[in-house]
Design a binder for this molecule. Sequence first.
Ligand SMILES: C[S@@+](CC[C@H](N)C(=O)[O-])C[C@H]1O[C@@H](n2cnc3c(N)ncnc32)[C@H](O)[C@@H]1O
Length: 249
Amino acid sequence: MDRTGGIPISERGHDYYDDEHFLQAYMSRRNSVDNANDTLEKPVMLELIGDPEGLRILDLGCGDARFGTELLERNCASYAGVEGSAAMSELARRTLAGTAGDVIHSSMEDWSDPQASYDLVLSRLALHYVDDLEAVLERIVQSLKPGGRLVFSVEHPVITSTLQPSGTRTDWTVDRYFDEGFREQQWLGTTVRKFHRTVEHYFSALQAAGLAVGSLRESNPVRERFHSADTYERRRRIPLFLFFSASRR
Ligand SMILES: C[S@@+](CC[C@H](N)C(=O)[O-])C[C@H]1O[C@@H](n2cnc3c(N)ncnc32)[C@H](O)[C@@H]1O
């Protein structure tokens, strides 16, 4: 590990979440009013997932797994989260206590379940930490039943390509868009590495893995989902998230 700023720059994206201060900052951002996850990301994921009833679901990079409890309440057949951070896994374990849900503490790069037993693999805002997307997609495909679906969100390549520090921005510079690889961002008070890849790369990787792409979405804001008109206007300026839904042939 390399050290820059507060905590080490991690080889694996989940290591940041094991830092107490980072985790606290993340959870407080995640739960803030008009947070981007609830206003922009979750509604599109719910649309793409559709009715979860009866589905066996795997969630890669599940975080605190609160989405798992919602899916279980909506009668999915099973829910398992894979989470690389020990601290997050512990939160997920607590969230899922007393439910039929399960959490597996593992990097998604190290996880595999080639039983073709899942109807739905989902991943919310975790795959942009992974450098070898193709290897992870190969395992996802092996874990899906024929016809099973992968639905995921990532930080939009317009965002992962910007080299500016984060914060409440007033402008964005997309630069070196076609140079893929890890880029450092200032996020939640620390230096975080996220893997920048193009929209075309995500699309082609899904096809090459044997998945049929059904939907590509962006996080187009909807006014009713925001308390603050200013936040809504700001979110109209630049896409934060990119989504795909694809099914195993
Ligand atoms: C931005 S958070 C999103 C959490 C959750 N999916 C949500 O939407 O609330 C990203 C999560 O992915 C996990 N993560 C990042 N890289 C990972 C990896 N390579 N393997 C497993 N988990 C990973 C992090 O520990 C963190 O919990």
